[in-house]
Design a protein around this ligand. Structure first.
Ligand SMILES: [Zn+2]
Length: 266
């Protein structure tokens, strides 16, 4: 076990923080074996990035998305949360973590048991009809009753079973193919999630920035809010980020850091 002074300093920062949050990106998901998009074996080597998550393309041909995403999110039953997902869930349970802001769209934080998860790129937890729910944001109908009572909305598990069987989920009212609540290119980011993320970032006196290169808006801005209000950021990832010089601590390897934090917590 690496017990470098930096790791001990990190544990102390977390213990003494008044409000600690985590911002997570693709690096956290790839630890669970989820394929990334842009890496060497990424999804985009096999599928066209301009089509998979493009709203106009989805309207014309939703099968392109569903074919690409079938093995990416719709097999989540087989994918286990990583040591980072589990570690963060435990920190929340112990009162050491206020919440998680994530760029990921794989529901693994929730699967690990985290309760406060702000999904700034939307979520596949709901699929909905673009036709019947026109003008609604998926955030407006995320209550369980909406799913149960509304044939134009479907929960993740039901949609996943249909997609795994090689089909596409359809609206119970008009028969159109349902769209996942993930934010596609050409769509507005989820407004409530953004507001909640900004609120959490401002409130944080410590933000753990995990597995994100901080190059994509809005994630790139969030640590800025924490720093501006006098908080500290800690970076853990294997990439250079634009905020490296502004972090109080910086680590390369997520697994090393979370093995240490998990053993510290007993
Ligand atoms: Zn419909």
């Amino acid at each position: 076990m690496d017990t470098s002074p930096e790791l001990k300093a990190l544990a102390e920062l977390i213990r003494s923080a008044r409000c600690c949050t985590a911002l997570t990106g693709a690096g956290v998901s790839t630890l669970s074996g989820i394929r990334d998009f842009r890496g060497k074996n990424g999804l985009y080597t096999e599928f066209d990035a301009d089509k998979i998550f493009d709203i106009e393309y989805f309207r014309r041909d939703p099968s392109y998305y569903y074919n690409a995403a079938r093995t990416l999110f719709y097999t989540l039953d087989e994918i286990q949360p990583s040591i980072v997902h589990i570690g963060l869930a435990r920190m929340e349970q112990s009162g050491l973590l206020e919440g998680i802001i994530t760029q990921n769209i794989d529901l693994l934080h929730q699967k690990a048991g985290s309760r406060r998860v702000v999904e700034i790129h939307g979520s596949p937890s709901l699929h909905y009809c673009l036709n019947c729910m026109d003008g609604c944001s998926p955030e407006d109908f995320d209550a369980d009753d909406a799913v149960r009572g509304n044939p134009a909305v479907m929960g993740f598990s039901e949609a996943a079973a249909i997609v795994r069987a090689g089909d596409m989920p359809r609206c119970g009212i008009c028969g159109s193919v349902l769209k996942p609540g993930i934010t596609f290119f050409g769509e507005a980011l989820p407004a409530k999630a953004l507001k909640n993320a900004e609120g959490l970032a401002r409130k944080s006196d410590l933000m753990l920035v995990l597995g994100t290169s901080l190059t994509v808006y809005p994630a790139a801005f969030l640590p800025e809010y924490t720093l501006r209000d006098g908080g500290d950021i800690v970076l853990v990832n294997n990439m250079v980020t634009p905020m490296d010089s502004r972090a109080i601590l910086r680590f390369d390897d997520l697994e090393t850091v979370f093995s240490f934090l998990t053993s510290e917590a007993g």
